[in-house]
Design a protein. Structure first.
Length: 224
């Protein structure tokens, strides 16, 4: 016999639905901020976005995508050449190494096509669950929860999780929200984190979820 959910779990799910509804209403146009036209471009852009703003990545990728169009182009790119093109995104040597290695694997093991499963993507050098879920949700339409620094912070403040480990937070959110909401939810939480629920000090007086958010240290609008 299936175990019945406890009362707190039922209340948690109800709160999650209210939060999800409020987020969808507040950010109906939330979407991936990285510019791309195919799965390979999104994979490269997401690798570059580590410890870097999406705005900066979008400034770098037009020239990059014009020069390198296939996985073979990245895999065979001279390290110094690729590093120079992505230098402004930070950690450029590690990123260039990861891009070349991932594309080499894609060429050799996946026939040159970006794989479409979480396990296969995570097996690529330099690709973790966050990057894999970005690609799956936005390039392939496969639902996935993306846990970046914004989602980590906002989900904790909203009381959706008590965990600090990104993978555990991902699992918590997957249990609270239906699969068809996972990708959009990620974008909505990220947008909330960028606009209102900032670190270290949120702008609670501007937050569309302030009436249902349990965060104990809510801020008030500064006096003018």
């Amino acid at each position: 016999m299936a175990k019945q959910p406890s009362a707190p779990a039922t209340k948690q799910i109800a709160r999650a639905r209210a939060i999800g509804s409020a987020l969808a209403q507040a950010y109906p146009n939330a979407k991936c901020a990285l510019n791309f036209s195919n799965p390979l471009e999104l994979l490269i852009a997401t690798i570059l976005s580590a410890q870097c703003t999406d705005v900066r990545v979008n400034l770098v990728t037009p020239a990059l995508f014009a020069k390198y169009r296939r996985v073979a182009d990245y895999a065979s790119a001279p390290p110094g050449e690729l590093e120079k093109m992505i230098q402004s995104t930070g950690f450029f040597r590690n990123k260039a190494k990861a891009i070349r290695a991932a594309c080499k694997d894609i060429a050799e093991k996946h026939g040159g096509a970006v794989p479409e499963t979480l396990s296969a993507l995570c097996a690529l050098p330099g690709v973790g669950r966050k990057t894999a879920n970005v690609v799956l949700g936005n390039a392939f339409g496969t639902p996935g929860v993306v846990v970046d620094t914004h989602v980590l912070r906002v989900s904790q403040r909203l009381g959706l999780t008590r965990n600090k480990d990104p993978e555990k937070i991902e699992q918590d959110l997957m249990q609270l929200f239906p699969a068809e909401r996972w990708t959009a939810l990620s974008h909505e939480l990220i947008q909330l984190g960028r606009t209102c629920c900032k670190a270290p000090k949120p702008r609670c007086w501007e937050c569309p979820l302030q009436t249902i958010c349990p965060y104990p240290n809510k801020t008030k609008q500064p006096a003018r």
